[in-house]
Structure formats: structure tokens, C-alpha cells
Write a protein that binds this ligand. Structure first.
Ligand SMILES: *Cc1c(COP(=O)(O)O)cnc(C)c1O
Length: 388
């Protein structure tokens, strides 16, 4: 048996080497703390779980769901867009339920990208933008992201020869892994660029509700002319601690939403209606739970930022996301520094190089570790005072 070549072209699993090292240390009895994975440690809020418990008892929910998502769910998504961003989307034509936003992001390439064509993806980013392209035998062009530009992906650097074959430009602000946020001017320039070059702009807004210090992340759909070229991805995973539930949505340009829907009609049969009903409770319910999570993450952020600064490392406090992006000291690579932290402090962080070529020289720390463990990790890092 021979698997398709495109499988060999997928980037290796980000955490494989670190996982092996962790297993080796744990076998020797070490107490390893992971600050590696971005998966909320707090339970899904009770009112959402209660809505699910009720919905699961309704036999009408046990049948095949509406493929595009129930109209009730799509209407709740549209209400959220209106309330949160003052953006109007038609729940019937411009909103599509997703089985988690990852699935939608990956499948978007099936709808828009032919073999040999290009997607433009940030050189530091969520690996799914390029793996979606790889799985349809297409190419990825990595747009440079520089710290001095606030990690805003430089689409103007894409060569003309690539642009001619490019179909989608992926952006993600607030950004995983850098924690960077975008300005309105940047979104406007990206929209103008996509209109000029006939590209679909796919904006991943998974972290729009995890913001600190009074910052409120925008939707790209707030910007003029955005609906002519933009599809935006939203996820309930991080906002409502629902990573395991697999629920999100896409909205924006009707042609893009419908094309993605056509792909999905042929691949899956939608998300369990009971989960959609729980998601309605999340989107329509009190947003106090989101605010509480943001307060908790802000506290953890300060703890981690202060710990790195105390050992002489440069580290900015992000305005959003659940990640801290830290430049490694001179003489280290992402991986050698991550290995040093693991061996000397038994703390796992993610090497920035795992997020693409632009991530070399950084590590990512996730804030989704329970307070006590995070405090212990920070104490251990603080003892490494000769690291600078
Ligand atoms: C977590 C995350 C998502 C959300 O994925 P789901 O499939 O909705 O759980 C999307 N994009 C980025 C950049 C993420 O970090």
C-alpha cells in the first residue's frame, strides 16, 4: 500500500520531539509542567453544559443535523456579529456552522485552490493554513512577519509570479502564536490588496474575545468593502472553553460561505444539533464568563511576563490571546532554549520554529495551565537566573 505524496508533504507534528523528551524525563521520575498546549484548563461554563444536557434529551436532535447548521444557530451567530462588532450578516446566506473552525479553515482550500496554485499564509502561524493547501496539492507562500512591524504579515513581499497563482490570503489577529493584534489600517490595506489581486481574504478570528487591558479585537468585516472579498472564521473553543465540543462558524462573503458549504455537504453532515443548541446558549447568554476568563488570563500573563523579565529576557505583554511570545537569549535557537528549559526547569514550552520559518528565535508559552502549576513553573524559571 502506498499513501499519497501529499501526506509526505505535511509538516511534521509540532510537538513530536518535545513529547519524546518529556516522556524520557518523566520515565526518570521528573515532574514536568507543560506550558505548551493552548487548551483552556477551566471547565465549560455551567449554563452552556445545562443547555446541552437539555438538548441531548430531545429526540428531534438525534437525527441528521441541517448541514449548514440549524437556522437557529446561524441566527445566534448573526446576533453575535451584530452585538459584538455591529456587523450585519444574513444568517441564511452568509453564515455557515463549522465542526470547529479548524475544519472550515482546512476545507476552504478544497473550495478555492486547485493543484499547483498558492495560498499566502503568515510565516509564523497556525499550521492549518498551509496543511489545507498541501492536502489539495497546492503550495504555500510564507509571508514575512517581523517583530519591528508588530508581526503584521507583509503581503506586499509576495512576488508577482506567486500572486498570479494565489487564491487565498490567510490572516489571524489577534495572532497565535505571537499575540500580535492588527490595526484598522492594516486590515484596510489587506482588503485593498485582495480586491486588487482577486484573492479571497480568510481571517481567522479565534481569539477575538480573549482581550486584555480594555482592548477589543475587531472583526475584519467591520471594514469597508470587506464583504466583497472576506470570509471570517470564529470559534467557541477559546471564548467559552469549548475546545472539545467542536463548534464554530464562518461568515462574510456569500460566494465564499456557499462554496465552503458545498465542500462540507460532500464531506460531513454537520455538527450534532444538541451541540449547536449549547452554542446558542453560549452566544446569546451572559458574557460574564468570557470576562472572567480574560481576567484570569491577564493575571497569568503578568505572572509569566514578569518571570521572564526577572531573568533578563525581553518579553512583551500581549493585548490578546492565551500566549506569550518570547525571544530566546543570544546563542540559543528556539529548540535549544526549549530543551534547556525542559532539562533544567522541567518546564515545557513550544519552540517558535514549529509555527514556521519566521518563528525561529522565539518560544511560545500558553496561559492555559492551572494557576498552581503555572506559579510553580514560574518559580522554576525564576531560579534560572544565569540565563540571559
Ligand atoms: C485554537 C485555534 C483555532 C480554533 O480551532 P477550533 O477548531 O475552533 O477549536 C483556530 N485558529 C487558531 C489560530 C487557533 O489557535
Amino acid at each position: 500500500m502506498r499513501t499519497a505524496k501529499r501526506l509526505d508533504n505535511l509538516a511534521p507534528y509540532l510537538f513530536a520531539r518535545i513529547d519524546a523528551k518529556k516522556a524520557e524525563l518523566e520515565a526518570k521520575g521528573a515532574d514536568v509542567i507543560s506550558l505548551g498546549i493552548g487548551d483552556p484548563d477551566i471547565a465549560t461554563p455551567a449554563h452552556i453544559v445545562c443547555a446541552m444536557a437539555k438538548a441531548i434529551r430531545n429526540p428531534a436532535n438525534h437525527q441528521y443535523p441541517d448541514y449548514a447548521g440549524s437556522l437557529e444557530y446561524r441566527e445566534a451567530c448573526a446576533r453575535y456579529m451584530q452585538r459584538r462588532f455591529s456587523v450585519e450578516v444574513d444568517p441564511k446566506r452568509e453564515v455557515l456552522a463549522l465542526i470547529g473552525s479548524k475544519e472550515g479553515i482546512a476545507h476552504l482550500c478544497n473550495a478555492f485552490v486547485d493543484p499547483g496554485e498558492y495560498v499566502l499564509a503568515p510565516s509564523i502561524g497556525y499550521p492549518v493554513y498551509s496543511s489545507g493547501a498541501t492536502l489539495v496539492s497546492a503550495n504555500t507562500y510564507a509571508m514575512p512577519m517581523r517583530e519591528e512591524d508588530g508581526f503584521l504579515a507583509d503581503f506586499t513581499a509576495v512576488p508577482e509570479s506567486v500572486l498570479e497563482k494565489a487564491k487565498i490570503l490567510f490572516l489571524n489577529y489577534p495572532n497565535n502564536p505571537t499575540g500580535a493584534v492588527a490595526t484598522e489600517e492594516y486590515f484596510d490595506k489587506a482588503i485593498a490588496f485582495c480586491l486588487e489581486h482577486d484573492l479571497l481574504l480568510a481571517h481567522d478570528n479565534a481569539y477575538c474575545d480573549i482581550c486584555f487591558d480594555g482592548y477589543r479585537a475587531p472583526s475584519i468585516l467591520e471594514r469597508p468593502r470587506a464583504k466583497e472579498c472576506c470570509i471570517e472564521f470564529f470559534s467557541l473553543s477559546k471564548s467559552y472553553n469549548m475546545t472539545g465540543w467542536r463548534i464554530g462558524f464562518a461568515c462574510g462573503n456569500e460566494q465564499a460561505v456557499q462554496a465552503l458549504g458545498t465542500v462540507k455537504n460532500n464531506l460531513d453532515s454537520g455538527q450534532f444539533t444538541a451541540i449547536q443548541q449549547a452554542a446558542i446558549a453560549a452566544l446569546d447568554g451572559s458574557q460574564d464568563c468570557v470576562e472572567e476568563m480574560c481576567e484570569l488570563y491577564a493575571k497569568r500573563r503578568d505572572l509569566v511576563v514578569n518571570a521572564f523579565r526577572a531573568i533578563g529576557m525581553d518579553c512583551t505583554a500581549p493585548k490578546a490571546t492565551i500566549y506569550i511570545w518570547v525571544k530566546v537569549p543570544a546563542g540559543y535557537t528556539s529548540e535549544s532554549f526549549a530543551t534547556e528549559l525542559l532539562e533544567r526547569a522541567q518546564v515545557i514550552v513550544t519552540p517558535g520554529s514549529g509555527y514556521g520559518e519566521g518563528g525561529e528565535g522565539y518560544i511560545r508559552i500558553s496561559l492555559t495551565t492551572p494557576d498552581q502549576l503555572l506559579e510553580e513553573a514560574v518559580r522554576r524559571i525564576g531560579r534560572l537566573n544565569e540565563m540571559r
